[in-house]
Design a protein around this ligand. Structure first.
Ligand code: IMP
Length: 465
């Protein structure tokens, strides 16, 4: 008789042994650089949410890589790069990204793709763009104030929302595994395209190009054949790694403030972009992740619509945007810029359960006479230091600032905490004290090596995971 004992549930000793990196603001915190630095110490790096809306840029040896779907761990030799079931995959963009990495000499043979990840198809992108146009064109009664106005989300138009909507609708969804079954794919697409064409014509009667099911199917079947060797049941794969005592790093895309349940709804993305998405998006239970690193910019940025209480529109914003190169990796859009919002940050750290913080882009703040940190909001119901995750309520929050001295000196070459100007150290310690989570690394430039490690300081202070 076959011995199935080897297939028993993993031992409890593996609880808490894995790690995660997750953004705590509105994205673009520099997660890619951190994942890239850490990846070599893990056996696998896993994406569990989002799709080609994400843009992780990593600079290695002076070469900048912009990754959208492929986990940043791909740049670490010998590390498995896993795209989990919670990701929505645009197969054409994925092929472009793989070809681009291959052309630059990056070995992409360690990529694995979940057969259960959902597929973004051309009609998703069309619907995403069309909905945004309709929202942009919708008349807004400015007299009723931001609380009562609905405006465009400012999506990346990568089809993310419509693809996740199809996942929840079920019958009209295509998963990566379906790309490997031509007959099923053709018949599914036949039905789906007739429905999508009707929806798109309904949204925009003048829309000229209905989607041709046969043409999309043949394109996807060809890509499916190329992807076939990469496609696996990644839930079993991750559990097998876990059982074998291997270490896994989860790479969050987008960020906690964009989480569909816990972010500034409706101005969010369509997945659980906090660490809470790890379980459903990978199939590995969350209690197996013990170290959760929250990545935080030394200031705030946001791309797209939605409230951002500390937003600046003056010369300070301009300086931060230019110094920080705050233009979208995915869309090239200039990012909105503001002071750090500690109320939002403490909430995000709580929701994502972070055990430590990686602070990034501190160098961008050099040269300001003073710096501001938002420590409370004034709202129609009074002053509060609790975050308001409802997008319409947050639109009415007025930030209350603590102002501290700035630091004049450039810090890009600093490699230890003690060498930072005193005002920079105080700024870091203020964030740490307010959020209540140790700041373990500080980024002072885009390259891998431009990072200050604070292990000794944290050990002395008793913090750290
Ligand atoms: P979607 O994910 O394309 O639907 O966009 C929804 C909102 O999330 C928009 O405001 C986007 O600008 C924002 N967004 C999505 N992904 C990212 C990201 O990786 N960084 C920053 N903003 C993002």
């Amino acid at each position: 008789m076959t011995d199935f004992s080897d297939h028993a549930y993993p031992p409890a000793s593996h609880v808490g042994k894995h790690s995660a990196v997750v953004g705590l603001q509105w994205g673009d915190e520099g997660k890619g650089k951190l994942v890239d630095r850490l990846a070599g110490g893990f056996d696998a790096v896993v994406r569990y949410n989002g799709g080609a809306n994400a843009g992780h840029s990593v600079v290695v040896g002076g070469v900048r890589y912009a990754l959208h779907l492929v986990p940043s761990g791909i740049l670490a030799p010998g590390v498995l790069a896993v795209v989990g079931n919670g990701v929505v995959v645009d197969p054409e963009r994925l092929m472009e990204e793989l070809d681009g990495l291959g052309a630059r000499g990056v070995d992409v043979s360690s990529l694995v793709l979940s057969d259960r990840a959902h597929v973004v198809l051309p009609y998703h992108k069309a619907e995403d763009a069309l909905r945004e146009e309709l929202l942009t064109a919708a008349p807004v009664d400015s007299a009723s104030g931001p609380k009562n106005a609905v405006s465009a989300i400012g999506t990346t138009r990568r089809g993310i929302g419509p693809a996740y909507a199809d996942k929840v609708q079920r019958a009209t969804a295509i998963r990566v595994g379906d790309l490997l079954r031509p007959e099923l794919l053709r018949s599914k697409l036949e039905l789906i395209c007739s429905m999508k064409n009707a929806i798109i014509r309904g949204l925009h009667p003048a829309e000229p190009t209905p989607f041709d099911a046969g043409e999309i199917a043949e394109r996807m079947i060809r890509i499916g054949e190329r992807l076939r060797p990469l496609v696996k049941d990644t839930t079993y794969l991750l559990h097998d790694l876990d059982r074998a005592g291997k270490s896994i790093l989860f790479e969050g895309a987008n960020a906690t403030m964009l989480d569909v349940d816990h972010g500034t709804f409706p101005y969010v993305t369509s997945s659980n972009a906090s660490s809470l998405g790890i379980g459903p998006g990978s199939g590995l239970p969350a209690q197996k992740v013990g170290q959760i690193i929250g990545v935080v910019k030394a200031y705030s940025t946001r791309v797209g619509g939605g409230p951002m209480p500390t937003e600046l529109t003056d010369e300070t914003a301009h300086r931060i945007r230019e110094r920080g190169r705050e233009y979208g990796t995915t869309t090239g859009r200039p990012r909105r810029v503001g002071w750090i919002d500690l109320v939002a940050l403490r909430y995000a750290a709580m929701v994502s359960g972070v055990t430590e913080i990686g602070l990034t882009l501190l160098d961008v703040l050099a040269g300001f006479d003073e710096l501001r940190l938002c420590v409370a909001y004034d709202t129609p119901d009074g002053r509060t230091d609790r975050f308001l995750p409802d997008g319409f309520a947050l639109a009415e929050a007025v930030p209350v600032y603590q102002t501290v001295p700035g630091f004049g000196d450039e810090i890009s070459d600093v490699r230890s905490f003690d060498e930072l100007p005193e005002a920079a150290r105080r700024y870091v310690e203020l964030i740490e004290a307010f959020v209540g989570v140790p700041i373990r690394t500080i980024g002072v430039g885009p390259d891998r090596v431009q990072t200050i490690e604070r292990d000794a300081v944290l050990a002395a202070g008793g913090g750290g995971a």
